[in-house]
Design a protein around this ligand. Sequence first.
Ligand code: 6OK
Ligand code: ZN
Length: 373
Amino acid sequence: MAITYELIKTCKQTGARLGKVHTPHGSFETPMFMPVGTLATVKTMSPEELEQMGAQIILSNTYHLWLRPGEDIIQEAGGLHNFMNWNGSILTDSGGFQVFSLSDLRKIEEEGVHFRNHISGEKLFLSPEKAMHIQNALGPDIMMAFDECPPYPAEHKYMKDSVERTSRWAERCLEAHQRPHDQGLFGIIQGGEYEDLRRQSAQDLTSMDFPGYAIGGLSVGEPKDVMNRVLEFTTPLMPDQKPRYLMGVGSPDSLIDGSIRGVDMFDCVLPTRIARNGTLMTSEGRLVVRNAKFARDFRPIDENCDCHTCRNYSRAYIRHLVKANETFGFRLTTYHNLYFLLNLMRQVREAIREDRLGDFRDEFFEQYGFNKP
Ligand SMILES: Nc1nc2cc3nc(NCCc4ccc(CCO)cc4)[nH]c3cc2c(=O)[nH]1
Ligand SMILES: [Zn+2]
């Protein structure tokens, strides 16, 4: 079964759209946030808890699983779903970004990328063909093409060469894909902050007819207004009958602003990463639970949240656990942060249904403490 997208409606107040993505492991409504499970686990969460909180698709990483435990072991287990006992959808990133962000990079060539294993230091090589071989062994519902995610900022000349190589690499990914190319392989549009290069990348990739497209090269340190501007001129270049996935984006304001600009899918390590240092997302802004002012505060993390953590545990208790470095404390903070973003996307979809996402943005930004546009 291929990956298909159903456009349900467009918000009359903004460019946001309500849709549904169909995959071999179920369908999910969009806009949707994907919890990140880099090493075949969304850190500290069980698959049952992920299902309970409403997660329907999670992300894992080709680069990490290739190094540890090795895609051959996961293939022998019958693929990622069996290996980690997750029956929802899975998307794997191709390794492009991870190599550039994790390893002391050796060399990018036409053939692929030479670098060192960020754990052992051994010399490694990743190419479009290798990345596709690994992903086909992992067996996710959606795979990403092998691309270069250039640093920010980057010269126009460098970015142009990079975009043209990424388009050639995309072609090679399609060639190497062991399943019909309309099954589960998304192309990634690059081009940095340059409108002409985003247009060139979009034209190259949409001519290759992928079932879905990602916007790469963002959330790499650029200011929020640069990201929003790039989205404004990039999403209109993407097919409106296919999913649009903005990679690496996960703060509440960016999820809302990305949805308004026509993005359907998001992923980010932010909620799980900050949960493990005791920082919580709440409707009134961020809350650092280690703070002494919560020592005798027996209210829930967020009085407007009905998640398992907020219905059963207090700030004082979670502060105590986090300060004592108790694992249960990080399970409670992780559950709440993921639930907060999944619930935010539920509210975004509701606002699109009722043509009021612009009003929802203003109310949310006001209450959360984000500055007005
Ligand atoms: N294949 C591919 N994958 C990507 C992943 C990305 N992830 C990001 N940003 C993540 C940024 C990010 C990293 C860490 C934290 C934790 C708290 O600091 C939050 C955000 N940008 C990204 C761009 C690409 C891309 O072009 N191609
Ligand atoms: Zn909660």
